[in-house]
Write a protein that binds this ligand. Sequence first.
Ligand code: NI
Ligand code: MN
Length: 225
Amino acid sequence: MSKIIYHGHSFVEIRHNDSVIYIDPFITHNPLCDIKPDQGKCDYIILTHGHGDHFGDTVELASDKKVKVIAMFEISEYLQKKEINSHPMSIGGAFEFPFGKVKLTIARHSSSLPDGTYAGEPAGIILNLGDKTVFHAGDTALFYDMKLIGEMNSIDVAFLPVGDNFTMGIDDAVKASEFLNAKIVVPIHYNTFDVIEINVDDFKRKIESIGRICRVMAPGDSLEL
Ligand code: NI
Ligand code: MN
């Protein structure tokens, strides 16, 4: 069984077996985050891309050598130069970690690190945890290959950006939910900043109107799989 906790923006925590996995741990400058930087504790960090609102507190969290950061090759190189323990991957590749299998998918976005360093391609994440599958889309536009991702994976929960401006907005994310065929859709990457303010009830209503389940999670909320 897995427990998934939402911490605002795109920061998702997954607890599976004995591992704590942080996806895009944006804590310090995240006005929505429900935990303080010194409360952050994990075994693994998985990054979708290098932008500051996703890379977040990675360096501080991973200064503990027991933490492993799973990221695109270029981000991984950058971290290794800082003597951070990192596992490089690239789009389309999967690897079996002790907690489960990680596969990176394409995302239609850009990617650089906060200091401007090239960070490779942005990614989405497919996580297989036992018999459950979680998809975290990272930052992305709507793209038709989401249909292929939905056909190849039986997604239990999909975390999709809905805030518009930098990523999909509500209507594109509703179409993405259809393509991905996810059992539960959780909206992320909205209301953190002015330019990504949306009415999330509109998203929930539209997802329900196509017969799907939308779970709006407030920072600190959890769900069990
Ligand atoms: Ni981004
Ligand atoms: Mn972002």
